[in-house]
Each structure stands twice: as C-alpha cells, then as structure tokens.
Design a protein around this ligand. Sequence first.
Ligand code: ATP
Ligand code: MG
Length: 732
Amino acid sequence: MRVTVHLPFCVGVENARWRAIRARATRRRRLPRTTTAIASDAVRGGNVAAFAVFAARRMGDAEARARRREDDDGGGDDVARGCASDAAAAPDGDGGRGVVVDVRELEKDALRRRFTSSVGACGADEGAIVDAGLKTTSRRPLAVVVHEVTYEVRKRGDAHARVRLLDDVSAVFPPGKISALMGPSGAGKTTLLDVVSGRKTQGYLRGRVVVGDEPASKAALKTCAAYVEQFDCLLPSLTVRETLMYQAQLKGGPDVSAKEREAHVERLLDDLRLRSCADVIVGSALSRGVSGGQAKRVNIGISLVTQPRVLFLDEPTSGLDSKTSYDLMRVIRKFADEDGVAVIATIHSPSSEAFRQFDRLLMLKGGRVTYAGPLFGEEGAETYFYSLGYFFDPNDNFADFLISTAADDAADFPREFAQSFHHKRNRDEVRKYIKDVVHRKSIGDTSSSLSSAIAEAPARSSFVNAVWTLLKYRTSRNYRNAQFVGARCAGHLIFAVVMATMYWNQGKSMSLASQINVSNMLFMNNVLPAFAAGAYLPSILMERPLLYRELDDGCYPLLAYITYKVIEETIAAFVVSLLATTIVYNAVGLVGNFAVDWLTYFGVQQCGAAIAYACAAVARDVDAANAILPVYNVLQILFAGLLLHAEDVPRGWSFWPPTLFVRYGWQAQMLNHFKRAEPSVFLDADGALEGVTGYYDIRGSVQGNVLFLYLLWIAWLALATIVTATVRHQQR
Ligand SMILES: Nc1ncnc2c1ncn2[C@@H]1O[C@H](COP(=O)(O)OP(=O)(O)OP(=O)(O)O)[C@@H](O)[C@H]1O
Ligand SMILES: [Mg+2]
C-alpha cells in the first residue's frame, strides 16, 4: 500500500516546534498506544506535522525497505522480492498488529529463500521441497532462542558475593534475520553474545539457550555457529586470499576437495567484495596492509568459510566509516537472505543506512531487557518508545535515538518493558518456540535440526592436515621474515664466533689452565642456548590471541599447534646448532665426537624452547614471561655443576640439579671432550690426584647424559602443553 502524505504546514514547523516535542517527550507523558490515539494526541498537542511524518514513516516503512533492498541488489531478483514480500507481510512486526513471530515459519521462509537463490527457480513444488527439507534436507536454517537467561559472576574481592550481569533475558533470533543487540556501554551485550555462543569461561548460568531444537552445547555451537570478534585477529603476513584458504583448509576437513575449497574462497572474495585486495597482505600496525574495513570483512570471511547457520558478531561496524559499515552490513544481509543465517550482532552507533539492514532488536540496560522485538515497522521499536513518550525526530539517526533514549536514567526502562504489550509478545514468541520443541520431543520427533546440522557439517581437519596447514601457511611465511630468522640465528652465531676467538685452540692442550678454560667454555656453550630461548617468547605471546580464537573456532587441537611450533623451531635450531657447533668445534680444537657436541647443543636449544613455551603459557604477558625465564636459567647456572660442585650442593637443594638440562648438556660435552685424555692434575678432597671430570664431579656416560637431555625436552614439552591447555589468560 502506497501512502502519500502531504505536509504543507511542515515547512513552517521548525526547530522551536521540535524542541517543544522533545520537551514533552522528556517529561515522559505516557501516550496512548493505538494509531488513532497517537494521532489525536499529536493533533491535540498541536503536533500535526510531527504526526504526519511519523505516520508516513510507519506506513511506508515496509515498502521503502523492500524497495531499498531491491535497488541495492540490482533490482528485481528473487531474493530481493522475497525480502520485499517478507517485509510487507512478515509476522515479525512489519505486518499485522500484535502478531507473534512464528519462528518455524521463518525457518521455512529462510529455507525457501535459500532454495530459490541456489536453484534459481521459483517453480517446481517449492512448498513440498521446503516441507521435506525441514524434515530431512541438509543445511536447515537454525533459530536461536534465549529463554529466561540469568548470568552471574563472582564479585571481585568477595568470594561469596555474585554480580548479576544478565537478568532474565528472553529473546528470539530467527534464521534469515539480522538481530541487533544494543544498549549503553556496560549493558551486557557482549556478555549475552558470549553466553549464547557458548564462549563464557566462567560464571553461573541459569535459563535456556536453544539452537534449532536442542539446548546449545559448546561442541554444537563450534560446528554450526561462527563468532566474529570485535577486534580483528589475523595473520599479518598472509594475503587476503591466503587467509581465507588457510582457514578453509583448517576447517574444511578431508571431505572437501582442494578445488571445492578454492571455488568457495573465490566466491567469498566476491561476496565480501574483497577481490580488489585479494593479493594484498593483511598487514599490521607495523606493516601496512589492507584497510580497516577490508580487514573486518576478512575477519567475517574466515567465519563464513564453514558456512555457519548462526553468525555472532561483536560490534562489526565499530571504527568504520559510514560507507564501509554500510557495505559490510549489505554483505551480512546477503548471507542472511540467501543462506538463512541467523545473525546476532552487538552494535553501537551504526550509520542510518547500515542500521536499516537490521530486522530485530534486543536492547539491554544493566543486563535487563528494555526492548525485544522487531526494529522497524508498526510494531517496532519506534512505536514502543513513542508509547513511553520518546519521540524520534526523523532527521536524527534512529540508532543514536535508541541508545540515547535507553541511557536516560529518568525512566526505569526494564520495568516499563516488563509491563508492555511488546514484552508479552516477546515472551509468547519464546514460549511458543520452546513449547514446540518440547512437544516435538514428547511425540518422539527425533529429526533435530541441530543434530542434523552437526552431522552435515564437514568433518574437521585431521591432526596431520592441521599441522601441515599450519606449517604451509605460517612457517613458510615466518621463514621469509628476516626478524623471525634473525632472532633465532644471530645470537647463536655471534656467541659461537666470540667463543671461537676467545678459546682458539685451547682444546688441543691438556694443561691445567686449558682444561679449566675448556670446561668453562663448554659450560657457556650450554648456558647461552638456554638463554637464547628468550627469543621465542614474543612471537608465542603475540600469537596467543590468535591461538585462543583458532582453538575456540575448533580449527585444530592444541597438540597440533604445539607440534607445529616444535617443527617450526626445530628447522632453525637444526641448522643454527650445526653451524655454531662447527665453528666452536674447529676453532677451539675440541677432540670428542662432533655429532655428540652437535646433538647436545641442539637438545639444549630444544629444551630452552620448550621452557619458553611453558613460561609463555604461565605468564600473562611478555613482561612477566621475560621475568620468569631468566630466573629459571640463573637457577640452572648456579646448580649445573661449574659454580658449585655437585658433591657440595646442600642437602636441601639436592633434588634440583638432576632436573637441569644445562647440567646434562655440559656433562655430555665434558665427557665427550675429555674421555680420550684426561691427565690427573686436580687434587681431590683427600689430596689424591684426579682428572678434570672427577674434579667437577661429572657423572654418567655421554649417551646417558644425552638421553636425559632429550627426556627432559619431552617432559618440558608435555608440561608446556598441559599448562597451555589449562591456564587460560583470556577470561570471558
Ligand atoms: N567476568 C566479569 N566479571 C565481572 N564483571 C564483568 C565480567 N564480564 C563483564 N563484566 C561487567 O559486566 C558488564 C557488561 O559487560 P559487557 O562487556 O557485556 O558490556 P557491553 O554491553 O558489551 O559494553 P560495551 O558496549 O562497552 O562493549 C560491565 O559492567 C562489565 O564490567
Ligand atoms: Mg561489548
């Protein structure tokens, strides 16, 4: 229906009139709720022009939105028409007054839209296909329903008290619709998003979150849903295309062929309008890459490689200009329309154009619902707030109006909402859905949409494939980075050259002084690689947010990540240990088995790296890790046997030296060098002469010490894995 409203007197209405309207609104006179009553009230108040604008907006809204989408999509395609008819007749508020949303109908609707967009035909027996599809077909749309959710956390500084962050929140997030989560800062939007998406790592949760027909479990959500964090967390050295390929390979599993993967990524590049920057690196603050808006779209793209049924977005448009945020929302709109994805996005102050892409609104304040229901239309948020006395000036941004209105402390919005018709409608929508789920279970309907979605989801990458993918995309890039290679090689080679010049040919002499010099040199040859492990800390800690995100996304198991890290570090360590040992061995004139010296150096390096992983896992940040690692290494130096002979270690400390990898490395190299000739030139405690290994109380055999060294490497790796798995620094 086209409504034409003539506003001859609007011209004369200027700011004074609007100010008067606002003044009345802020006095919060409760206005009647029916259209006629609103009209008469407005007219009685002399606010005819305002009412005319209001009525025109309300009545033309559905039509205008439909037309806008048609225009945006190039006009006239099936999807746009689907939206248009939907907007005009949808039960979620753009249509009849007081109609409760039937989420099942919206599920069917989303399936129908996907069918028409993928098959490209509206003929056939669409209804039958949709009905059959809801029972059996793949990629059934999933609704998300939150039922009376209350979430509390422990109060800081008081172990027994709790703080309630969400209070009795109920809402429906239908498939194919974009729902906005709004409210003033600290309202609980991100908290709700985390609760619904199963990402909370602490706290006490009551109530139900249902996805499809089942209570949402973390594992199910990992499979069927994707979460786009507020801050981009990407690998800076990969190009946009490589980033999507990397994620597709990690998440795609063995069932998806390389060709299918490539085709999907190319499609995503088009859908996300990233083709123009497909071969540009993502970049970081230090190396310029794609723009902020493009990075946001890449971030969304990596969530879409698994074709999720539910998409959670935390402030997708924050920090973007109005054009970029509109483009972004158009992309998301397309996924909702064509794939029936249920989109739930927290949002702060989007541009008017971007905000028009949303269908529904859940507003929170202090963790309580202040509005839940359709965003636009006759039963939408504008009408609701008008009924509370808050009038929206059409010249303003509607999102800003909602936020500033909700922030008004003069009103108890949660209480107002609880008494409103809109609350009743929201409650009925939720109850209807829950009742339907319970009913289906009670009659033995086992065709759960969530279970089938999980079953249909592509199997995740195998352990070997995950390690291979990490090496292919990350290690190959890291080794092209001069800083990465430099941090791992330069220190070792500098130490080797300095020691070569310091101890030149000392190993060829067996004088007392030379034996002591060589013993000291071999000791430092083990201490320095242990200290050099500090070079691994920054990259491990900087990668941690990415690791958490990829673990949360189910990209790979933690063990695959540790394996990849060990292989990555081993490549550099293998080469650099060989070079460093060659320099020192030849320059100093060591006479033992070269392979033993090399393997020992390599083993000490690996132990150092494993301890660096463990420190990084324990420490909250780089500063803490940089403080912990040297403390441990100094404690090694003190007890490794050179500064205090093993037999002189106080009884209380006797447990400590056997745990030190530097000690085993030094002992192995000492025995290796001195085993052939070891003149007895040192006095023992009884005044008898003994060799240098006896003097330093070197124990065991070369093989035994090397074996212990490698056992300690495995033990430290195991510890690092356990600590990384159990200590989670990012609390949500
Ligand atoms: N783990 C926690 N322990 C204690 N308080 C918390 C915890 N998590 C969140 N909060 C508090 O809960 C409130 C809601 O936080 P939340 O991050 O959900 O707000 P928000 O609505 O997303 O705000 P913003 O718009 O600023 O992002 C805040 O006051 C926050 O300090
Ligand atoms: Mg937030």
